[in-house]
Write a protein that binds this ligand. Structure first.
Ligand SMILES: Cc1cc2nc3c(=O)[nH]c(=O)nc-3n(C[C@H](O)[C@H](O)[C@H](O)COP(=O)(O)OP(=O)(O)OC[C@H]3O[C@@H](n4cnc5c(N)ncnc54)[C@H](O)[C@@H]3O)c2cc1C
Length: 385
């Protein structure tokens, strides 16, 4: 795809910023499981995290394609955009369905870096992928909602001021369609932390700042509701297409990083008197990963373009996410193999990126669920669940 001069400049500027955060920085954060606040601050100060916010509200009003370039380049530079990507991907729900007063109240402050919107509370321990079975309930009480329940895997909650929360507002048995009765709220976590809301970190195999959140009679103002009560699932589905495309762009960036590192190493490492990259047994897996990455990249561009031109690319966003996460994971495995024993040594960053890249065939939606979406909604096969 031919990039515009502006997009080439975005790529260059992101890469220049990332150069200030080399492998040692990420290794230290990873070792201690510390949030990379300096990196997120730098992205915020440079305006990258406000890319999707319209210019009149203080952002740069860029397209999803531009946002993809930002996220891809972060990963391709060896950094970890997971520390900040939610601000990009939840933004869409607020932009498309938030009221003018909600947008005016929050977006300029988010764009200015005064407020962080980094948490997205959907997953629950008992419902898993079956989002429509979620149990967290928001009960209307006068000018407030009272929330009870629990979320799991709400990443970055400790490093965010705002959370987009999906909760049930009508019992499942009282709604005509099972996709109704769920609502989206923009929760100001600063006001409820320790006052109805508790956050508990979950330690994972990579540095991801993910958490469990418990709601116990948490009171939030009624005007936290986004759009119409009961329509939250519809809103979130549309936002999820943007989320999947952005994550797919990150996976393409990861794949590029693994392929670059493997290529460089295969040229430099000499065994039996020759660079290991002279052997086709070493070359071919790298070349195969390159082809796989380029194919995924095309689907990411296509899905983002469809989205930017007002389409609802459900199938393309899902395929982009599946193909790109598989391409990055294949490249991760290949990169370890190419490095031999050094693939396991911290100082090469390969093992860190390997652990980080593993997430994306599972989250934000697993490969099986994408395949079942394609089978049912695109191919017309019988519904399996
Ligand atoms: C590090 C991390 C960060 C995350 N961050 C967030 C976040 O910020 N916000 C948030 O809301 N969520 C977040 N998640 C949750 C993530 O979106 C879910 O883990 C993911 O969607 C899978 O859901 P699950 O873990 O409940 O798996 P389950 O639904 O329990 O599924 C387990 C396995 O069974 C398979 N499976 C389930 N049903 C079927 C079926 N019908 N057919 C075939 N296979 C099936 C799945 O593909 C999966 O492989 C995060 C998760 C992780 C690990």
């Amino acid at each position: 795809m031919q990039e515009t001069d502006e997009q080439i400049e975005i790529r260059r500027a992101v890469r220049a910023l990332c150069d200030n955060f080399p492998g040692e920085y990420w290794r230290a954060k990873d070792r201690e499981r510390v949030y990379p606040a300096e990196f997120v601050d730098a992205l915020t100060d440079a305006g990258f995290l406000a890319a999707l916010i319209p210019e009149e509200l203080g952002g740069s009003g860029l397209s999803l394609q531009d946002a993809c370039i930002i996220m891809e380049e972060i990963q391709a530079a060896g950094c970890n955009g997971a520390a900040a990507h939610a601000q990009m991907y939840v933004m869409n729900t607020l932009l498309r369905y938030g009221s003018d007063s909600q947008k005016a109240a929050y977006l300029p402050q988010i764009a200015a870096g005064e407020l962080r919107l980094q948490a997205f509370g959907v997953s629950e321990p008992t419902s898993g992928t079956d989002t429509l079975s979620l149990r967290t309930f928001a009960r209307r009480d006068g000018e407030e909602y009272v929330v009870n329940g629990q979320k799991i895997w709400t990443s970055r909650a400790e490093h965010s001021d705002l959370m987009l929360l999906l909760a049930r507002t009508s019992p499942r048995e009282q709604v005509a369609s099972k996709t109704e009765g769920l609502s989206i709220f923009l929760v100001d976590m600063r006001k409820v932390l320790g006052n109805g809301m508790a956050i508990k970190p979950i330690r994972t195999m990579m540095n991801h700042s993910t958490t469990e959140i418990f709601f116990d009679e948490m009171r939030i103002p009624a005007n936290s509701l986004i759009g119409e009560e009961g329509q939250g699932f519809r809103y979130i589905l549309s936002g999820m297409n943007a989320e999947r495309v952005l994550i797919a762009a990150e996976c393409v960036g990861d794949a590029k990083w693994f392929i670059d590192r493997a290529t460089e190493y295969a040229k430099a490492r000499e065994v039996f008197g020759n660079p290991i990259g002279k052997n086709q047994g070493v070359q071919f897996p790298i070349a195969r990963c390159y082809a796989q990455m380029r194919a995924a990249e095309l689907m990411v561009h296509f899905a983002a373009q469809q989205y930017d031109t007002g389409g609802n690319p459900g199938a393309e966003a899902n395929m982009a996410k599946m193909l790109a996460s598989e391409a990055s994971w294949a490249a991760a495995d290949m990169c370890v193999q190419t490095h031999g024993g050094f693939g396991f040594a911290e100082e090469y960053d390969v093992e860190r990126k390997f652990r980080e890249a593993r997430l994306y065939t599972v989250a934000p939606i697993s490969t099986n669920l994408i395949l079942s979406y394609l089978a049912e909604h695109v191919l017309g096969l019988p519904r399996s669940y």
